[in-house]
Ligand binder design. Structure first.
Ligand code: C5P
Length: 239
């Protein structure tokens, strides 16, 4: 069950980050996002890999296919285990990302990262889809259509909210590996998250992995918080 919890390292300061990582001996996965990758780069990835941890690099690539292909190849080379791209970047871009992993695996003889497509950011709603992106459709339909594009482009991972996960499982069954943020154990504060799901519900709804940040790294005892979450999901039938 430890493998299902991805700890988001959104706290600041290189030493602070490593202190949290070292206090979480039982944690397998850590997520590095744009803020800390911009600040600490490959150094942070190397520190995690040297500790035998798995790395989810959440940089949400969105560029011309050739550039995304190159970035995904370099991420694979860095030893990243999971990464994100924007499905809105199009099928050619997503296919180029998938090609990069295939080429890496063929050339290096090692397993490459899993690619997760981001569909509609949870910061967007129907009016931002319409006014900012000129998409005249509901958020739900847009998520499904972008997921369909990801599937057509040989991408088999998605980032999705718990609510979207239910809908995606109905439509695509077990095809996608689904990673879900916005998770709050019943004992933790919601902070700025609006629509939250408990860890056990996330598993029930069909998530394969959950991303959890502040409830773990801001806890007085992060290892204890991690352990409570692990216990909560232990008894749920997982995919
Ligand atoms: O601290 P907290 O558990 O809220 O952190 C959640 C993590 O998941 C953060 O890194 C946040 O950026 C990310 N995330 C999210 N909601 C999304 C996509 C990503 O909270 N829709």
């Amino acid at each position: 069950m430890n493998e299902k919890i991805i700890v988001a390292l959104d706290l600041r300061g290189f030493d602070n980050i490593l202190r949290v990582v070292d206090s979480l001996k039982q944690a397998v996965w850590f997520k590095v996002g744009a803020v800390n990758f911009t600040a600490y780069g490959i150094r942070l990835i190397e520190e995690l890999k040297n500790r035998g941890k798995k790395v989810f690099l959440d940089l949400k690539y969105h560029d011309i296919p050739n550039t995304v292909k190159g970035a995904v190849y370099e991420a694979a080379h860095m030893g990243v285990d999971m990464l994100t791209i924007h499905s809105i970047g199009g099928c050619a871009m997503m296919k180029a990302a998938a090609d990069a992993v295939r080429e890496f695996e063929e050339k290096e003889g090692k397993k490459g990262p899993m690619i997760l497509a981001v569909t509609v950011l949870t910061s967007m709603d129907e009016s931002s889809l319409k006014n900012d992106m000129f998409i005249n459709d509901s958020v739900e339909n847009t998520v499904l259509r972008l997921a369909q594009n990801a599937m057509k482009s040989s991408i088999n991972g998605l980032v999705a909210s718990a609510k979207e996960t239910v809908m995606l499982r109905e439509k695509f069954g077990d095809y996608f590996t689904i990673v879900t943020p916005g998770i709050r154990p019943s004992w933790a504060s919601k902070q700025d998250q609006k629509r939250v799901t408990t860890p056990s519900d996330a598993i029930r709804f069909g998530s394969n992995y959950m991303v959890i940040g502040r409830p773990i790294y801001e806890a007085v005892d992060p290892a204890e918080a991690f352990e409570k979450i692990r216990k909560e999901i232990e008894d749920v039938d997982a995919r």
